[in-house]
Ligand binder design. Structure first.
Ligand code: RFL
Ligand code: PHB
Length: 389
């Protein structure tokens, strides 16, 4: 097989990239290790920035998002002093859309199918070859046979555990990382959301987040030690712990029910540089990870795709190869900004095992500033709704 761009990974980055490139008249193949059902069963992001929503519109996949997504003009923060609200609309004139990553991925698959996209599921042992030459190629195994894809460019959209990043030699690759000493235990339940907006809670027992997917589907998280396992957490234990960490007026009235998904995710900040190596480009979680506290992971994947589509269309359609060198620097400027915000919000909202009383007082002072200072709210709101591309 021969295509202009071979895409490794059929998560949101890979599918969005393929969709936008195909609409520009550029041929692609997407090689995904898992089955489609598996990809669609992963419960992940829930909050879309304006920029991501605009990308969905550009990709021609926004119809259901416009109909079923919920625009949120603000968010609630809960502290020992009570509940306060950050009004995004008032502070920076923008909002976010609550629409699940599962739905985004489903809409992208449907649009790709309609365009006759080449998507190979259960592509095993994907390997990248000659990425620093001008004739890179990719191999994969499927149904016991080895297949070869010749291409002009390779997009590594295969997430944090993919093969693309390790293809870049360690002598070339720099990695920047912070691992947090806790994880998030998350559950999905067919219950009415606890509140109209998300609630991020800072509590002496640890962080909690009340989120949602729609009027009948809620997503809740609690901070847990890294040593905890899902098996240790019955639904009852989860609800008890969650309700202790949020304001009583919400805890006492919220609907609870059986979990339909339960998982623990560790928290990490990670960036690799460069994002371009020869004709290989890293995109999304393959290049960077943020802790979920700022709701930035999927949104950063979308801005990477934006910059890469810009670079690849310039190189392929306008023969402007110099545009390719702009991809990494442009993407990384935005990535580091979102890294800072996600780190800040994680540090502000969680209890750290080694937190001293001094650290605690500083955290409280910062939360008070956020509650009372307009400038602090403007900074938070601008970052949360997403910095411009
Ligand atoms: P993905 O989604 O990991 O997709 C990569 C795909 O590549 C495949 N793959 C391979 N394919 C072929 N060969 C190989 N060797 C391969 N290795 C891997 C995988 O099977 C997979 O299908 O990366 P992508 O596309 O870059 O998308 C990134 C987002 O998924 C991620 O950043 C977000 O989910 C992060 N995230 C959130 N982001 C937000 O913007 N807002 C949120 O509210 C938000 N909440 C979250 C989150 C992530 C979470 N977890 C579980 C990490 C909440 C949680 C709990
Ligand atoms: C979610 O709904 O899964 C979600 C929302 C906001 C976050 C993280 C996760 O910051």
């Amino acid at each position: 097989m021969r295509v202009q761009v071979a895409i490794i990974g059929g998560g949101p980055s890979g599918l969005l990239l393929s969709q936008l490139l195909m609409r520009a008249g550029i041929s692609t193949v997407v090689l995904e290790r898992q089955t489609r059902d598996y990809v669609l069963s992963r419960i992940r992001a829930g909050v879309l920035e304006q920029g991501m929503a605009d990308m969905m519109r550009r990709a021609g996949v926004a119809e259901r998002m416009e109909r079923e997504g919920h625009v949120h003009d603000g968010t609630m923060l809960s502290t020992q002093n009570g509940l306060f609200r950050i009004d995004f609309k008032e502070r920076c004139g923008q909002s976010v859309i609550v629409y699940g990553q599962t739905e985004v991925t489903q809409d992208l698959y449907a649009a790709q199918d309609a365009m006759g996209a080449q998507i190979v599921h259960e592509a095993k042992n994907v390997a990248l070859h000659d990425v620093t030459s001008d004739k890179p190629w990719v191999t994969y195994e499927k149904d016991g046979q080895t297949h070869r894809v010749d291409c002009d460019y390779i997009a590594g959209c295969d997430g944090f555990h993919g093969v693309s990043r390790p293809t870049i030699p360690t002598s070339v690759r720099a990695e920047f990382e912070r691992v947090y000493p806790f994880g998030w235990l998350g559950i999905l339940s067919r219950t009415k959301p606890a509140a109209d907006e998300l609630i991020y809670a800072n509590h002496p027992r640890g962080f909690a987040l009340a989120s949602m997917r729609n009027e009948k589907l809620s997503r809740y998280y609690v901070q847990v030690p890294l040593t905890d396992t899902v098996e240790q957490w019955s639904d009852e234990a989860f609800w008890d712990e969650f309700r202790r960490r949020i304001p009583a007026q919400v805890a006492d009235t919220m609907e609870i029910g059986p979990s339909i998904e339960k998982s623990i995710a560790p928290l990490r900040s990670f960036v690799t540089e460069p994002m371009k190596y020869g004709r290989l480009f890293l995109v999304g979680d393959a290049a960077h990870i943020v802790p979920p506290t700022g709701a930035k992971g999927l949104n950063l994947a979308a801005s990477d795709v934006h910059y890469l589509v810009e670079a690849l269309t310039a190189a392929i359609l306008d023969k402007d190869a110099a545009a390719l060198d702009q991809y990494g620097p442009k993407a990384l400027a935005r990535i580091w900004s979102a890294m800072r915000f996600s780190w800040w919000m994680t540090t502000l909202m969680h209890r750290f095992p080694d937190q001293t009383e001094f650290d605690q007082k500083i955290q409280e002072a910062e939360l008070t500033q956020l509650e009372t200072m307009e400038s602090a709210q403007v900074t938070m709101a601008r970052n949360y709704v997403g910095l411009p591309y």
